[in-house]
Structure formats: C-alpha cells, structure tokens
Design a protein around this ligand. Structure first.
Ligand SMILES: C[S@@+](CC[C@H](N)C(=O)[O-])C[C@H]1O[C@@H](n2cnc3c(N)ncnc32)[C@H](O)[C@@H]1O
Length: 272
C-alpha cells in the first residue's frame, strides 16, 4: 500500500480536520466520558501522588490536567507537536487553576527532555498514529527514571463491535483503517504493544483491555467519539463515497436494540 506525505505527526494532524472545533470537542469528551475507567487504569499501572509525570502527545491538555489532579504534590509535563493544541492546553490549565502542570511544544521523535527524569510516562491515543513506534519507545526509555513506568493507552480495530450486524459499519471500519495506514498510522496497534515494548527492552510488560460499551457512554457518543470521526482518514473522494455508508450506520444506530463496544488497550512496561 502506498503512503502519502508522511510527517512526524503521523496520521493525526490537528488543523487539517474539516471541523477542527468539533474535533477539539471530541477530544474533550474522550477525556471526560470514561474518566473513572481511565483513573482505574492509572492506579493499576502504578501512578501515585508525588510522581513526576510526562503526558506524551498531550494534545489539548485535558487529560494532563486530570493527571495533575490525581498526583497531588507531583507534577505533570505535557508535550505535543501541534502548536495550536499546546495553546489550548495552556488555556485548560488556566481555567482549571492548576499549579502542577506545564506544557511545551515537543516532538516524540526528538525529545528535548532530561534523561532519567520521569516516574511515569503516559501516551494516550498517539501510538496508533505513529509510523515509527519503536523510535518513540526508545526515546521514552531514555527519559524514564530507572524503575519508571511507561503506560500506553490505545485501540485495536479487531476489538470494535457493533450490533445489529451492519455491512456498512464493517466496511467503514476497514476503509478508514486502511486510510490511517496510508497516513502512517496503525489501527491494530493495541495487540502489538506487548511485543513492541518487550522488544524495546521494557520489563514486566503487561496489556489489559478495558471494554467501553454504548451502555456506558450511550450509542450516540459511542458513534461520535469512537467511529464517525474516522472519516478524516479518507481522501476527499472516499469521503463522498462513504456518505451512504455513514447514513446506514446512523440509521442502524438509531434502532432501540443498537449496541456498540470497543476495547481500550492499556500496556505498561518498566525501565529496569
Ligand atoms: C488523537 S490525539 C490524542 C491527544 C491526547 N493524548 C488525548 O488523548 O486527548 C494524538 C496527538 O498526538 C500528537 N502527535 C502526533 N505525532 C506527534 C509527535 N511526533 N510528537 C508529539 N506529538 C505528536 C498530535 O498532535 C495529537 O495531539
């Protein structure tokens, strides 16, 4: 498969969305909608008050702010390659009135951060967009303290379900997954993380999968947050061709018995 105009931002380029304001809202919703489940992942992964935390590819900073609340007298640094998102992150910090979080522009392929300096590195929904995940893993290794933990949260299209059975849904997931691959991303990253971290030398590597269902978040949010935004992975022509599919998916989702779920993968590894 041929790839197109790859950049270090991989298959996620905020600013190039058809409706950037909507994408920002989606990112915000993605932080709040299953926060309780995510907080459980943090404590199971070893996040503790007082830790020095890096939110790698923090985007608009909503999650970094939640991490800052969770670690009390610790501190969180958020870095992201996108200037506009970092500006939004500064605003999020201000409006939350948080002292223990800071943000900076940064590229995970060229991290300008001190070695051996973080207890916990969190990478949320970024590895699916990376063309070179192994380079990112090696850079994270350098900045983790000995004993420090990397926790990656991501998805895997093999763990996405929808009922009633819908050809349109299956085709849309397949097409948008292929589109993301063309842009350098990988929608099957979830089940590959265990192997990638192990190969990169991390110890005590472990993957858990947390189901998020439409019963937890409602079928409309499930579609909006987890499915429909993926149209951005298509070319202009493909977007047009996908319109009938999208209509069918929305119609199927409007049925009273509609149900959807996806598995959120959390993979942790320790630097020993
Ligand atoms: C789907 S967003 C997730 C943002 C945030 N982690 C969240 O969960 O809301 C992916 C993020 O990865 C960032 N990103 C992509 N490639 C990057 C790179 N090479 N270095 C730093 N950030 C990168 C994008 O700018 C974007 O903010």
């Amino acid at each position: 498969m041929s790839t197109q105009n790859l950049t270090d931002a991989g298959s996620y380029q905020f600013g190039k969305f058809k409706k950037n304001a909507e994408e920002l809202e989606r990112l915000k919703l993605q932080t709040t909608i299953a926060l309780k489940q995510e907080q459980e992942i943090w404590s199971e992964s070893g996040l503790k008050p007082g830790m020095k935390v890096l939110d790698l590819a923090c985007g608009p900073g909503f999650t970094a702010c939640e991490l800052a609340k969770a670690i009390g007298d610790g501190d969180v640094t958020g870095v992201d390659i996108n200037e506009e998102l970092i500006a939004t992150a500064h605003q999020a910090k201000e409006s939350e009135g948080l002292e223990n979080v800071s943000f900076a522009l940064g590229n995970l392929y060229d991290l300008n951060l001190p070695e051996n300096s973080f207890d916990f590195v969190y990478a949320r929904f970024v590895f699916q967009h990376l063309e070179k995940p192994e380079v990112a893993l090696s850079n994270v290794w350098k900045i983790l303290k000995p004993g420090g933990v990397l926790c990656i949260l991501d998805i895997d299209d093999n763990w996405t379900s929808f009922s009633p059975e819908s050809d349109a849904f299956v085709k849309f997931i397949r097409k948008t997954g292929a589109g993301q691959k063309r842009k350098g991303g990988n929608r099957l990253i979830g089940s590959q993380l265990f192997g990638l971290l192990t190969k990169a030398g991390y110890q005590e590597v472990s993957t858990t999968i947390k189901p998020i269902t439409s019963e937890d978040i409602g079928i409309n949010y499930f579609l909006g947050v987890a499915v429909l935004f993926r149209v951005e992975m298509l070319t202009r022509l493909q977007k047009l061709l996908a319109l009938p599919q999208l209509r069918k998916i929305k119609k199927a989702a409007a049925a009273p018995n509609a149900w959807g779920a996806l598995g959120v993968f959390a993979t942790t590894g320790t630097k020993r």
